[in-house]
Each structure stands twice: as structure tokens, then as C-alpha cells.
Design a protein around this ligand. Sequence first.
Ligand code: SF4
Length: 305
Amino acid sequence: MKPRRIPKIEPITLSETCNQRCLFCSAYRAMPAHTDAEIAAIIARSDRQVIIGGWEPTVDARLEKIVRQAKSAGIQNIAVFTNAIRLSDKKYADRLIDAGVTGFNINFPAHTRKLSDSITQTPGAFEKRVSAIKHLLTRRDRTAVSLCFVVSSVNYKILPAYAEYVADNFPGIEHVTLNMVCVSGWASIVVSLVPKLSGIEPYLKAAACIFRKKRLTCIIDNVPLCRMRGFECASVAARYIVIDGAKSVAADKTYLRAACCAKCSLNEICLGLRQDYYDLNGSKELLPSRKSARSITEKILEGKR
Ligand code: SF4
């Protein structure tokens, strides 16, 4: 198998701690925080966009200052990836928006308090997160609000109900990303958290159909196209390839092509299988396709998901 590396946006990593203890935390043992000098260099190298993430950026006292720094450097899109607990403090959330945050991407791992608090191992976090999202949605003239659902073995079966809940309770959400958990951080230690692609496919499909019916944009990351049968247009990778020519993919992900990919009709619009998933489960679940890559490309270009 030949490794493929795709271009990346350089995220700014803040803090080496978090106010949650998510079961699948990918930052664990993996993310040293950037120094002020490194952050200044990243901002200087950035074009129109910066992503500020890490463990939990809102617990780092530098966040507001860095947002202002990026804004005064002329960066147009300043996105913060967060669990949103601290944003339940409306004054703090408003200060970040006033400083220049143009988008919040919020880790929202379940739509029930019980499951959410058990995944995050943080009692009380669910209510704070919901309150923060509802407040941020009142500010969408200034900032976009998106959600991220990390698909793991403990939550994938709730996906259809989750889609209904989000569409009904958070009108105005920019988009929802369903992100297959990476085998890194805690999930590389507790590998039972990583579900099989074949197992999650029907749940992803059901959720994608509900989001489509409710007219809410849903995109799906880290899942090869042959495990997105009938909803391929939601693939983050295919969209990057078709729309951006794979020029701007966040994070340093490595994908692999299996031998069977050579005879797959979707080869040209698929990045293949993540290496970390392959190392854990191999490539037996891949299903080389005979579908028309052209028809999927056309639907993506038409804005269909
Ligand atoms: S068989 Fe390979 S190229 Fe085809 S969709 Fe699956 S991962 Fe992508």
C-alpha cells in the first residue's frame, strides 16, 4: 500500500488541559500547546483562515488575545474548535465574538444528558453546552455555529435520533460533521472505542437522510466512499478533491490505498482508508465500486449532499 499525504491547514494548539475527560480524546499524549512565538509564526504564514483548537482552547487565557492578533493580521476566517462549556458564560462568548471569532465548531457527542455526560465524563457539561449553542445561535449575524459528532462505538447507534434532535432544537446551525474517531490519543489505548466501518454505515446513512430531509448540511469525515453507499456526496474528502482539488484539508492525516482500490471506479475522488484504521482492522471492509464517479462529482458541484 502506498501512503498518501494531503495538504493541511496549520491549526493553532492552545492549552494542554481540558475541562472535560472525553473517552475518545485525540489530544491525549498527542498535542503540545504552541508557544506565543510559534502562534505568531502560524498567523504570519496563514492566508485567509486560522483554526484554533488543541485540548480545549477556552481554558487557555491567551485565546482572546490570539483571536485579536489574527484579526489584526487580516485573517478573515477565525474558527475555534471547542466543547463550549465555557461559552455558557454569555459575556465570555460575546467577548470572543467581538474579538473576531467568525466560527465555532462545537464537539456535541450526544443529544441526551446521560450519554453526553458519560462520554465526556463530566457531569453537568451537557446543559452548559446546550445553553452555549443556543446563545451563539442568537449571534449568527457575526459568527457561524457548527457541530461535530465523533462517531465511536458508544454513540453511533444514536445517530438518527441525534440528527432529529439537532435539526429540531438548533435552527440555524451551519453544518454538522460526523467524524469517525481516529485511532489516536485515548482511542489508541482503548481500541474498543473504534467501531467497524461496516457497522456504522447504516446509521450514518440514516442520519444523512434525516439531515437532508431537514435541510441541514451534514458532512462525513474519515470514512472511505465505498462505506458511504448512497450518500457519497457528504464525504469531506470527496468534496475537498472535487471542489478544492484537495488543497486545503485540516490536520495531518495519512490515507492508504488498498490493492482493491485500483479496480474501484471511485478511486479518483476518494482518499482511501485512514492508515490508523488500516493498522487496527485491515482493509477487508472496503468494497470497490462500479458507480459513476462523474455523477457524484456533478452532485457535489451542484451543492447536493
Ligand atoms: S475501494 Fe478504495 S478507492 Fe474505492 S471507495 Fe473504497 S477506499 Fe475508496
